[in-house]
Design a protein around this ligand. Structure first.
Ligand code: FMN
Length: 235
């Protein structure tokens, strides 16, 4: 990528941000993860440049920071901006959690409000260690060490997991994708589990909400009765 290409791309990012604002979006996320252009600058695995944009982490961050700064300048100050990062390449010699803390600090200093902490997908050689909430440790590291709000993502499948991540200070936001594909009413169902009524069910579905809250309450009462019975038998 020549300097001219870089300038043209910055202009394209900025005009996209201006269009997003006009279209009424409330928040903007710059994608610096998963092997896309800006990720390819950040990772030492994919960045092979020998100029001021390759080599040290400070050099690899230079262009992504230029893009962020330019977009932040055209995106309204009152609207938040986040950056999605791959906190590890899952490759020896690749980006680490400690590098990501440095990246998050630099983004914060440039006006970033939130780091969306994903991992990997930067190079086919990666060997991800999948598991329940497998990326949350990186969200926690960035949040605590860089002192910036984070969003945790990846294999977070229950409302209890979401609330546990939030209450234990491992993330400020939690985003779920596949659970919503499996159950488009995931959030409404979770609200019923917690008997939380302040969520906006569509008016036409209110009778369904009332029934679900009752069903959940009865199931909990039944489980409680069974537990008491078992406890009584054990004595
Ligand atoms: C169908 C599908 C398409 C996705 N496409 C993208 C994408 O284009 N860019 C991206 O950053 N993440 C993408 N993701 C990842 C999600 O943004 C999200 O971080 C991830 O799926 C969270 O994990 P979960 O599905 O276990 O909740 C996609 C996820 C799914 C399920």
């Amino acid at each position: 990528m020549s300097r001219d290409d870089m300038d043209e791309t910055i202009a394209q990012f900025c005009s996209a941000a201006i269009r997003a604002d006009r279209a009424g979006f409330d928040m903007l996320e710059l994608h610096m993860a998963h092997g896309y252009l800006l990720a390819s600058f950040l990772s030492p695995i994919t960045n092979r440049r020998r100029d001021a944009y390759g080599g040290s982490l400070a050099n690899r961050m230079r262009y992504p920071l230029e893009v962020f700064e330019a977009v932040r300048a055209v995106w309204p100050r009152k609207k938040p901006m986040s950056v999605r990062v791959s906190a590890t390449d899952w490759i020896p010699g690749g980006t680490t959690g400690a590098d990501t803390v440095e990246i998050a600090r630099a983004m914060k200093a440039t006006g970033c409000d939130l780091i969306d902490v994903s991992t990997g997908q930067t190079d086919p050689a990666s060997k991800p260690v999948y598991g329940r909430m497998y990326q949350a440790a990186f969200s926690e590291q960035v949040r605590l060490e860089a002192g910036i709000a984070t969003m945790a993502v990846g294999a977070i499948t229950t409302a209890d997991q979401v609330n546990t991540l939030l209450i234990s200070g491992r993330a400020d936001l939690v985003a779920l994708a596949r659970p919503h594909l499996a159950d488009p009413y995931f959030t409404l169902h979770a609200a019923a589990e917690y008997d939380f009524r302040g969520i906006g069910w569509p008016v036409q579905y209110h009778t369904g909400a009332t029934q679900l809250h009752t069903t959940v309450r009865r199931a909990k009462e039944e489980a409680e009765r069974k537990a008491q019975l078992l406890a009584a038998r054990a004595h």
